[in-house]
Design a protein around this ligand. Structure first.
Ligand code: IVH
Length: 709
């Protein structure tokens, strides 16, 4: 790796050149060399995301420069990387008059595709273009949700950073902006004598979460004057407007360039760009971050496609955007279009629906899950966010509810991005009503009143009521009836609620004693459906040991583990009596699962449930314990993908597993066969890439004879 003195910095009148010195490298030279190296590595790390040296090596270079500068303060330059750490405390920010005003852009409020079409139509009209003339070229950019910044470089050195303010006059925040690693402090020699780069200072979501977490800890530690931030934009603005640049340096900010302010004119040797896109490309070359999504597109169709593409990508971006921005690419056309009041005619912001909204917490309810887990749920005043009306947000557990310190009456920021379940991002502490009490988990189950306990090392509280608790009982019954468990068609959630609430079903076995007249009394239960349900119950009695085990809802025993247990032991009695050591012999069963199974069957009431179910007529073909290797497809891993002709995927899975094969969800080098039906996608690609044999329906049929095709 070469360590170029990046931009050939050599101070004028270097004493090392003129006088014979004892040391071979003068501090002046050494400092210049270190600055060059550090600039290079800062760019590689922050802007290119491609560090070339370990952090420790960077720190070493940095400290070396710091040492030289503290011994020779006259060598400190405004573009020295040491100036990034901040430390200066100001009384107030100086006012900066923008040489070129910082404009804003018109916002298209129509969030549909028609918003883009309307903009293109307006541009064509202004330019007097007829329908037969070619489409206008645009640059489509992201609309970053941060704050606008103007960075002024003179002779290649960052001399001033200013906020937008009212567009005419902003505030000088240079010391804080120097702390942003992505912003170059110095430009290559081919940059013009004067260059003002405009762009957005923002905070990444992960940096925001980490900052808020730190803030919460500070508040909890009783540090005065600390607060959490409602969103990354607000946190970024707070950091930029810090009078103490040492604090600003602790708040990680990022930057994207999207435009220009003052610049050396072309006649005086300034750049001769003709398009906005070329200008952005050049800024990138000079070391400014430009979003990779920035695209050249044509006409309304190009704008609409970009808007849609970014809507899909939005949730995966590491930072917030609130829309996209369209700009006429040709600078001559921009000049022709000009401005209306304070907005250019050649640009528009096209918004997306908000992903975050503010609402209030009406209550914090505690819900009881199937295994007794108590989950605090914030009941919210209904709010439309991310395309749906949100009324609930899980707080997961007491620790999490306390970590976020959500209280009844609080104003909160709710976020819903994509299909992700809505979450409370933060509390607006300024709006907290007096006497709002901290959330504490109740000591007793809100449904059955049994003791609620939290095991050591666990975050969750659990109701200890087991099947005595009607909430757990209901969910145990839903689970029991599930298609992949006992497969009782027609036994839906609403019906289970009624059967439990009316006291007709107290245990799982009670299901099998239901009669037509019990069901006829239920709401929305036609005689036909009652008859069907009784038939489904009857049919479910013929099952498999694996299904039966899964249906019992033993904690940590999922479908796959239940099947493994059935295959390994062959008989229910063997499992019920097995020691934890014996259970550990089963593939996929670890200590936690083994313990859970043992605990389950140690409880007399669970053994009674099993007994009662068997007496009600549930049966399965009991087998001998089969060592897995004895089955025709033992050791074979198969992945199913696409739509099969001959049978459903569930059926294929069941048949393959009955022959000892393992059916996995993703393709790896360990996969023996991929069975691909119609419209198979990425799994098929992966199989081809890894050279895994691919079977069709016919191949599957061969496999199901126990032969390996
Ligand atoms: S261009 C003359 N491009 O949105 C045009 N602005 O009012 C000046 N913003 O406060 C702005 N992303 O901070 C432009 N790609 C982008 C942008 C962008 C975010 C912000 C900017 C300004 C507001 C527009």
């Amino acid at each position: 790796m070469s360590h170029p003195d990046l931009f050939g910095e050599l101070p004028p009148g270097d004493p090392a050149n003129s006088s014979a010195l004892i040391s071979t490298v003068s501090p002046v030279h050494k400092a210049a060399q270190l600055r060059g190296l550090l600039h290079h590595h800062t760019h590689a790390y922050y802007t290119l995301d491609a560090p070339e040296i370990p952090d420790a090596e960077y720190d070493r270079l940095f400290r070396e420069l710091q040492a030289i500068e503290s011994a020779h303060p006259e060598l400190v330059t405004p573009d020295s990387p040491t100036q990034r750490v901040g430390g200066k405390v100001l009384d107030a920010f100086a006012a900066v008059r923008h040489r070129v005003p910082m404009l804003s852009i018109r916002t298209e409020t129509d969030t549909e595709a028609s918003g883009a079409e309307a903009f293109d139509a307006r541009i064509r009209k202004e330019l007097g273009l007829t329908d037969s003339e070619p489409p206008v070229r645009y640059v489509a950019e992201l609309k970053f949700d941060g704050l606008a910044m103007s960075l002024r470089y003179e002779n290649g050195v960052l001399v001033q950073a200013a906020t937008r303010g009212d567009g005419e006059t902003g505030e000088e925040v240079t010391a804080n902006i120097r702390t942003i690693g992505q912003i170059p402090l110095r430009l290559p020699p081919d940059a013009p004598a004067v260059l003002e780069v405009r762009g957005e200072v923002y905070m990444r979501r992960d940096d925001f979460e980490a900052l808020n977490e730190r803030q919460r800890q500070r508040i909890a530690a009783g540090i005065k004057g600390e607060k959490t931030f409602v969103n990354p934009r607000n946190a970024a603005a707070g950091a930029v407007r810090q009078l103490d640049s040492g604090i600003a340096a602790e708040r990680p900010l990022s930057f994207f360039a999207y435009g220009l302010g003052d610049i050396t004119p072309a006649e005086q040797g300034g750049p001769q760009w003709t398009t906005h896109f070329d200008m952005l490309q050049q800024l990138k070359v000079w070391g400014f971050p430009v979003a990779e999504q920035t695209a050249c597109v044509q006409g309304a169709a190009g704008l609409v496609a970009f808007h849609q593409r970014m809507a899909a990508e939005r949730d995966a971006l590491p930072y917030d955007i609130d829309g996209v921005v369209y700009k006429v690419n040709d600078l001559a056309l921009q000049a022709r279009l000009g401005f209306v009041t304070r907005e250019p005619r050649w640009a528009v912001a096209h918004k997306y629906p908000a992903q975050e909204e503010m609402t209030t917490v009406l209550a914090i309810d505690v819900q009881v899950g199937r295994t007794g887990k108590l989950t605090p749920v914030a009941k919210l005043a209904p709010v439309f966010v991310g395309g749906v009306t949100v009324t609930n947000a899980t707080l997961h557990n007491e620790l999490e509810a306390r970590r976020k310190d959500v209280r009844v009456g609080d104003t909160v920021i709710v976020r819903r991005a994509g299909d992700v379940i809505p979450e409370v991002v933060s509390v607006v502490l300024d709006r907290r009503p007096a006497h709002a009490a901290q959330f504490t988990m109740m000591t007793h189950c809100p449904v059955c009143g049994s003791l609620a306990e939290r095991e050591e090392g666990e975050a969750d509280h659990r109701c200890t009521g087991g099947l005595f608790c009607s909430a757990q009982r209901k969910q145990a019954i839903w689970h029991f009836a599930h298609r992949r468990a006992m497969d009782i068609e027609g036994l839906g959630d609403k019906l289970v609620d009624q059967l439990v609430d009316s006291g007709q079903v107290k245990t799982l076995a009670d299901l099998y004693h239901l009669k037509l007249h019990n069901l006829a009394n239920m709401e929305r239960m036609a005689e036909k459906s009652a008859v069907n349900l009784l038939e489904a119950l009857e049919k479910s009695k013929q099952t498999t040991l694996g299904r039966f085990l899964f249906s019992l809802g033993i904690r940590h025993v999922g479908e796959a583990t239940a099947k493994e247990l059935a295959r390994h032991f062959g008989q229910l009695e063997a499992i019920m009596l097995a020691s934890e050591e014996a259970l550990l012999q089963v593939p996929d069963v670890g200590p936690v699962v083994a313990h859970s199974i043992r605990t389950f069957f140690d409880q007399p009431h669970n053994r009674e449930v099993v007994q009662a179910l068997r007496e009600a007529g549930i049966q399965w073909p009991e087998g001998e314990a089969l060592a897995p290797t004895e089955m025709p497809l033992s050791g074979i891993t198969v992945v199913l993908t696409g739509t099969l002709q001959s049978m459903g995927r569930d059926e294929a899975k069941e048949k393959l597993e009955a022959l000892g094969a393992k059916v996995a969800g993703s393709v790896s080098k360990k996969t023996h066969y991929v069975v691909a039906g119609a419209e198979a996608g990425s799994k098929l690609d992966k199989a081809k890439e890894l050279g895994v044999p691919v079977l069709d329906d016919a191949g599957l049929a061969v496999l199901l004879t126990g032969e390996k095709p």
